[in-house]
Design a protein around this ligand. Structure first.
Ligand code: HPA
Ligand code: ZN
Length: 352
């Protein structure tokens, strides 16, 4: 593919219907929007300007990112703020030809500042409903517990969410991974499953392969978020392949948070070639240098993914989604059709 037209891969990535399964809505807060909300809510940020804030988006590890991420989230106060945040992301995804998104939100980040859970949920749901009506973009919400806070607090969050569980597809686990193993939340996740919720968990981003095993065996997750550190345990890699356990991989995030030194060192291609069900996602795109399509394009470039890899990754996003089987099948057929059409209009790849 070395002599492919320079815009061929971006055009292909755009042409393929896509799903995003690992996206923190608070991580879509662009500096411009943060300043606009700070102004209208009378919140003072410690940064003088949008460019000062953007310049601070330079992280040593997960914790250094989380510190800024929680600080900036303080501008989100009203239902309108949560609506506008999600609407901007969803409009962008519709423009990128993304057809389905599964969105994390962190109630504790907001309720601990005195913002009501219903304010957060109402704002987000209004935007999700509009995106489906306006763009046919479907979505699910996944409520995440902050793993560096107590299991008791997580249980209280779950209980507070019970009256409106119709809008929640599942629960997840995020924030500082090291020292906060999945086992800490075994009882909370058991309760969530008993309430009919799907469970997912961040594991193996900075934490060890043992955390991935705990997420599988103790939390009974249907997906692992990140999971890239599985390679430290070859038996676990084999298990992930055999079970076709989805990994929601976030390439640009992993570089910005220094999980890998560079995209060229990332293991997503190796995991894909080993037969694991890996997907591409953006995590916190306002902070990590790109939304979903940019993650696809930059990963392709750095790892010389071929077009079949890109099509597989796009299809894996739907396969690993929480959509019902008939919706998955329709999306998978749409990806194949889009690739056939792309080849008709752009020709076959030069090395195929
Ligand atoms: N890891 C853990 N917690 C998070 C992340 C992440 O990448 N993004 C937002 N919260
Ligand atoms: Zn994440």
């Amino acid at each position: 593919m070395t002599d492919a037209a320079p815009d061929r891969i971006p055009a292909l990535v755009h042409a393929l219907p896509k799903a995003e399964l690992h996206l923190h809505i608070e991580g879509t807060l662009e500096p411009e929007m943060a300043f606009a909300m700070a102004r209208r809510n009378g919140v003072k940020l410690r940064f003088e300007s949008i460019s000062d804030l953007r310049a601070a988006y330079n992280f040593d590890d997960l914790q250094s990112f989380l510190d800024l991420y929680y600080e900036t989230a303080s501008v989100l106060r009203t239902e309108r703020d949560f609506h506008d945040l999600a609407a901007a992301y969803l409009d962008r995804m519709a423009a990128e030809n993304v057809r389905h998104v599964e969105i994390f939100f962190d109630p504790q980040t907001h309720t601990s500042r005195g913002i009501a859970y219903d304010t957060v949920l109402d704002g987000l749901c209004a935007a999700l409903d509009e995106a489906e009506a306006d763009h046919g973009l479907t979505s699910r919400l996944i409520l995440c517990f902050l793993r560096d806070r107590s299991a008791e607090e997580a249980m209280a969050v779950l209980e507070a969410a019970l009256p409106r569980l119709d809008r929640i597809a599942g629960v997840g686990l995020d924030s500082a991974e090291s020292g906060n193993p999945p086992s800490k939340f075994e009882a909370v996740f058991a309760r969530a499953r008993a309430e009919g919720l799907t469970t997912v968990a961040h594991a193996g981003e900075e934490g060890p392969p043992a955390y991935i095993r705990e997420a599988l065996d103790l939390l009974h997750v249907t997906r692992i978020d990140h999971g890239v550190r599985c390679e430290g345990d070859p038996d676990l890699v084999a298990r992930l392949r055999i079970e076709q356990m989805p990994l929601t991989v976030c390439p640009l995030s992993n570089i910005r948070l220094r999980v890998f030194d560079s995209l060229a060192d990332h293991n997503i291609k190796r995991l894909l070639d080993a037969g694991l069900l890996v997907t591409v996602n953006s995590d916190d795109p306002a902070y990590f240098g790109g939304y979903l399509s940019t993650n696809f394009i930059e990963t392709q470039r750095a790892l010389a993914l071929d077009e079949a890899d890109i099509v597989t990754l796009a299809k894996n996003g739907f396969t690993a989604s929480l959509l019902p089987a008939e919706k998955k099948a329709a999306h998978l057929a749409a990806v194949d059709a889009a690739y056939r059409e792309f080849q008709e209009s752009h020709g076959r790849p030069s090395t195929a």
